[in-house]
Design a protein around this ligand. Structure first.
Ligand code: 13P
Ligand code: SF4
Length: 332
């Protein structure tokens, strides 16, 4: 037992070699059944992780699922803030994250002490934060949001209400330009979505003139300006199903293409190139830390577990519950 604890403290995950003779997918199914556990996976996970999950979705859908499930154990195949959100909503459930190193550059770009100072400088503003934040930021927030529900959340507020939006500046500026609302925006960003190359995308478009450009709003403005459709991961996925085109240039983390191909096997999906063509850095290195093997060990040893101090959880819960209530009322 000491070995596993040691490896979690040192490495952030259960580092145990898996017997090659077992069928890992069958074993995962058995353990899940015995322990009443489920696996929730984000669209940015590797295809093989998505395929063993009980549910695959975007940030909003994952939090809704985590709040409603009657499983005793939730394995979050995603990043730290997603597992924390699940714990905030389900404090009595065991929430497991297969690798504690699965962080998020966007969440990191908004430290709580600096954000508290920022809020003080802008009194009488309603604080809206993307779920891609730490629990400490959520505790300072009035309403949480995701890229799926942000417009509806803003529309639910009186037009004169002043807003602080954090942490993503690209998403914030995009909403501000679309809604014309008075907004102060935190200067944060996601390193994956800032990595896409406009020149590379336009080159690809020259070769595939009929391809539609579909982009996540965490991308930089010049890219959003050339996009045919902008939306959350689930919105991009739905668009590829409803739209008649045959080719798409996908400007978000390429893990989502796994579901796009499943839903549209006859269509072509092109990965938008990064600025540095040698690095492959449009893959989210945090998301991709989760593997089928780590999920197996996590289920087996019920580690690493997400724990949150109850006082801060209670404060953070309010902003997520407000988001869930508004989303539910609007049928999102
Ligand atoms: P959504 O799941 O809300 O589309 O967000 C994308 C993302 O960056 C998650 O890390
Ligand atoms: Fe965070 Fe960006 Fe990775 Fe999403 S894609 S988890 S926002 S670093």
């Amino acid at each position: 037992m000491y070995v596993y604890k040691y490896s979690i403290e040192e490495k952030g995950f259960v580092d145990e070699k898996i017997d090659k003779s077992i069928n890992i997918r069958d074993e995962i199914k058995k353990i899940k059944k015995n322990k009443n556990a489920i696996i929730l996976a984000h669209y940015y996970q590797n295809g093989e992780v998505q395929d063993i999950a009980d549910f695959v979705g975007d940030s909003l859908a994952l939090s809704q699922k985590a709040a409603k499930t009657d499983a005793d154990i939730i394995v979050l195949a995603g990043v730290h803030f997603m597992a924390e959100t699940a714990k905030i909503l389900s404090p009595y459930k065991k929430i497991l994250l297969p690798d504690l190193n699965a962080g998020c550059s966007l969440a990191e770009s908004c430290p709580a002490d600096e954000f508290a100072e920022f809020i003080k400088k802008h009194p009488e503003h309603t604080i809206i934060s993307y779920v891609n934040t730490t629990t400490e930021i959520k505790a300072l927030t009035d309403i949480a949001c995701t890229s799926s529900n942000i417009f509806k959340i803003i529309e639910s507020l009186p037009p004169e209400e002043k807003i602080i939006f954090a942490p993503d500046k690209n998403l914030g500026n995009y909403i501000k330009s679309k809604t014309g609302r008075e907004m102060v925006i935190w200067n944060g960003a996601c390193h994956v979505h800032e990595e896409f190359s406009l020149e590379g995308i336009l080159e690809l478009k020259k070769e595939h003139t009929k391809a539609k450009i579909i982009a996540h709003p965490e991308c930089e403005k010049p890219i959003l300006l050339v996009a045919d459709h902008i939306g959350s991961t689930s919105s991009l996925l739905n668009y590829t199903v409803e739209d008649n085109s045959k080719e798409y240039i996908v400007v978000t983390e390429p893990g989502i293409i796994h579901q796009m191909i499943k839903k549209n096997p006859e269509k072509l999906f092109l990965v938008a190139p990064p600025k540095d063509s040698t690095c492959g850095c449009n893959d989210c290195n945090f998301m991709k830390l989760i593997t089928v093997e780590k999920i197996y060990n996590t289920l087996k040893y019920e580690m690493p577990e997400i724990k949150i101090d109850e006082k801060i959880r209670k404060k953070a819960e309010k902003s997520i519950i407000r988001m869930m209530e508004i989303s539910e009322k609007l049928g999102l």
